[in-house]
Write a protein that binds this ligand. Structure first.
Ligand code: 2IT
Length: 447
């Protein structure tokens, strides 16, 4: 049995209760087998095991008082995955599905994503099974404060720098930062990113993940001489990622024929009016369900997945959450004409779906390359905090574009070096990110 197969089998037994983590491991490791073919010495050095095992998992109790005076307890986690390239860096997710498995998959992916940005950031991820839906602002504040009361001793601008993820935005980051500041008596701005622009946040951080997806997509389309204008696209997810991806897509002339949020999806042959996304962000309680009434066009489908609907499409941008597209949905997308798949979310495709897209010769761009603009701009926020200066919107946007271009160049260089299929950005991104982390670990005698 090969080294890779042996280690994967071992982890399937050891972490049998962690399906998402095993899924991410199989996806990444199988696609970087050429590295291990080239470096047989890595087996004796236990490089794979050293990559797979998080440096540290912190698990803690988060007690909090709701508005009725009732005391609740949730589970909090911070996974400090790999610090070979810099302080642990990655978001905090609040969602009922949060578990060690989900956070390990996210932290593992984050490590290689951060490596691709070429900024000094290791990989980490954290979160809680707390469900923020329907909670009052004060409940959210008390929860964030309690979470930080445990977490603060484990983080720092040179140690571990959290940020937002699903369920955690600027409001939550503000409460986290405020509690950190009070507990430590410092003004250590760079301890967390995604802060409000008024107290240390970076311009463009909110838009960065979505914009970055489209900047990278433009590099890819350019390579294949595909004009974005008029292309029929689907964007799933109306969180901060999907929203700004959709807005940038519209700016680039793409036609959003379908878009979804947690309540359902809208199909609009005329092209979805992205100004409605501004309404959704500014008016509490507004969802896609109001689109038809408000804009007088399109059709809304409640409580159903856009990927179960037959709609002719050129490019697909899943920006919601993990495992949204399974094999059956992948087959439908291909049947309906999709030839570009750009992952906006982390691991939105099951491994079967991803393999199917590659087998069917789609251009496939993995999340760790496509959505890296978010964490990259977090890196730029850390830089601004360190130099105690703020950059203009234009400057941050220009740097973001430069980083996405560089990620594309790394993928192209890796495709050439290893003679890979030029539509397969999955292997290229995985190889480039994984090799950078391995090199740093070896150089630092990291064992
Ligand atoms: O998945 C991600 O890259 C994020 N949630 C952003 C992490 C960050 O540190 O900005």
């Amino acid at each position: 049995m090969s080294y890779i197969d042996r280690v994967i089998e071992e982890y399937k037994v050891k972490d049998a209760d962690q399906p998402e983590f095993i899924q991410a491991v199989e996806e990444v490791i199988n696609s970087v087998s050429v590295i291990f073919d080239k470096h047989p010495e890595y087996e004796n050095m236990a490089i794979l095991e050293r990559l797979l095992e998080p440096e540290r998992i912190i698990k803690f109790k988060v007690p909090w008082v709701d508005d009725n005076g009732k005391i609740n307890v949730n589970r909090g986690y911070r996974i400090q995955y790999n610090s070979a390239l810099g302080p642990y860096k990655g978001g905090i997710r609040f969602h009922p599905s949060v578990s060690e498995s989900i956070l390990k998959f996210l932290g593992f992916e984050q490590t290689f994503k951060n490596a691709l940005t070429n900024l000094p950031m290791g990989g980490g991820k954290g979160g809680s099974d707390f469900n923020p839906m329907g909670k009052s602002d004060m409940e959210i504040m008390r929860f964030c404060q309690s979470f930080m009361t445990e977490l603060y001793r484990h983080i720092g601008e040179n140690v571990d720098v959290p940020a937002g993820d699903m369920g955690v935005g600027a409001r939550e980051v503000g409460y986290f930062y405020g509690q950190y500041r009070r507990l430590t008596g410092t003004s250590e701005r760079g301890v967390i990113t995604g802060k409000g622009v008024g107290y240390g946040g970076s311009l463009i951080r909110t838009e960065a993940t979505g914009y970055g997806i489209m900047y990278l997509t433009m590099e890819v389309l350019n390579k294949f001489n595909i004009d974005p204008k008029g292309k029929r696209i689907i964007v799933s997810g109306c969180g901060v990622v999907g929203t700004f991806a959709a807005k940038k897509a519209a700016e680039l002339g793409m036609k959003i024929v379908g878009i979804s949020d947690i309540t359902g999806y809208v199909l609009d042959e005329d092209g979805f009016d992205v100004t409605f996304l501004d309404d959704m962000r500014s008016i509490k309680g507004k969802t896609l369900g109001d689109y038809v009434k408000d804009r007088g066009k399109g059709k809304f489908y409640e409580n159903a997945s856009i990927y179960d609907h037959d709609v002719s499409v050129d490019m697909v941008f899943p920006c919601a959450t993990q495992n949204e597209i399974n094999l059956e949905r992948a087959k439908r997308l291909v049947k309906n004409g999709a030839y570009v798949m750009v992952e906006g979310a982390n691991m939105p495709n099951t491994n079967e779906a991803l393999s199917y897209f590659i087998e069917k010769d789609l251009i496939v761009v993995p999340g760790k390359a496509a959505n890296a603009g978010g964490v990259a701009t977090s890196g730029l926020e850390m830089t601004q905090n360190s130099i105690r200066l703020y950059w203009s919107k234009e400057k941050v946007d220009e740097k973001l574009q430069g980083i996405m271009k560089d990620i594309h160049n790394q993928c192209i260089a890796t495709m050439k070096e290893y003679n890979l299929d030029e539509k397969n950005y999955v292997s290229a991104a995985n190889i480039a990110g994984v090799q950078r982390v391995i090199d740093a670990m070896i150089a630092q005698g990291d064992y």
